[in-house]
Write a protein that binds this ligand. Sequence first.
Ligand code: NAD
Ligand code: ZN
Length: 456
Amino acid sequence: MDPAKNCDQNRPFLISSSVARTQESHHEYQRQAKNCDQNRPFLISSSVARTQESHHEYQRQATSNTLHSNIKSMTSILVDVLHFLIRCKAAILWKPGMPFAIEEVEVAPPKAKEVRVKIVATGLCGTDLKKRENTNASHLYPIILGHEGCGIVESVGEGVSTVKTGDKVIIVWLPQCGECTACLNSETNFCVEFNQSKPCMMSDGTSRFTCKGKSVYQFATTSTFSEYTVIKEMSVAKIDARAPLEKVCLISCGFSTGFGAAVNTAKVTPGSTCAVFGLGTVGLSVIMGCKAAGAARIIGVDINRDKFKIAKDVGATECINPEDFVKPIQEVLFDMTDDGIDFCFEAIGNPDTMAAAFASCQQRNGVCVIIGWTPDSTPLSIDCHLLMSGRSLKGSVFGGWKSKGHMPKLISDYMAEKFNLDPLITHTLELDKINEAVEIMKTGKGIRCVLITCPD
Ligand code: NAD
Ligand code: ZN
């Protein structure tokens, strides 16, 4: 899986921290540049991208030893190397509903306020699955999906100040520009930058990916199903260098979304009764949040009873399958609790279960939080009288976390063993096996499949 292995074997490219080897890299760069077709963009293999490392070492040595003047001119050429395309592997979706195709893609250098990241690990989220089958957006193909990922900064564009080459980072699909009304308001995290003028493109309306001569759309501007990606600086946060990326990638979406919906959006209270519809990574993380907040009862609801054991392992006090009852599930929950549910969460993305979750709330001040995503703007049908008595219906995006700002703290909490991600990760596969991961998720045989793109 190491992209270095994929580079043209006739063009060995040695990268190391010594100046001597930096010179080799430089000569190879010159050789490749000379041989390339002048009418086409000059491609470099992903291993060449690692020239960055030797470049930094070179710069360090250049400022501290007598070689300074001899090698000074080389610096500018090496800087140029850093601004070329990277050729690497990615999982492309050419049409909705088709299997992913592992293809060679070209990843352009980062522009101003952008960062190019070597993706180490990425989870396959329920949103990717829905997006994969979304025939309503068939104009936004080919596309590279994936938004739950972690990696290492390969290079940065002009004006980037919060991360640098070599930093371990977490990708956040919800940006935090730090300047809009949402970013300046502590009660919301929905940064205006999320609503792009041109969907699935970078801020300037273009993509950094091409494949077989075609421009490729970038899902959520993250596109983590690729060995390298380019994202906005406002969508990436530096994290603890010791963090295991194949685990903490779940903090990039599923875990944070669920856990935060309980502790930030609903503000679950000690001793309360909670119900969670949908026991995937998001729903299970809601359960973990409800437990951390001190809920007395946590009822898991899912049509797949294979999820019940793990739900109980992470904190559910009981689990039920709506298919086991003739009565609507909201009536079952009222029977179980007398009074209804204090905090109810929908983590499926189905208008029927959203309405049922809302109807399950106790009438005085029960709170229903909608987390599940639907590919279309589907109408939600609810009885207006249910609202009159004081129930409330809320939405939650990315668990209410200020994305870039809160990520380092969540990672530190993970490192301090305040929560455990292991129960959520049932499969770890290489990126090439992405279609296998889709099958595991679709058939409900696993919770989260983590794909290893480039080993750390
Ligand atoms: P998942 O596919 O792993 O889990 C969904 C679960 O729902 C499964 O266990 C499935 O068996 C269950 N389910 C399906 N239909 C059901 C029904 N009718 N009744 C009861 N259970 C049912 O997905 P996930 O990764 O956990 O994501 C869950 C949802 O959250 C998705 O809609 C996803 O798009 C959404 N999401 C939202 C945000 C956000 O910021 N709001 C972020 C991430 C994901
Ligand atoms: Zn997600």
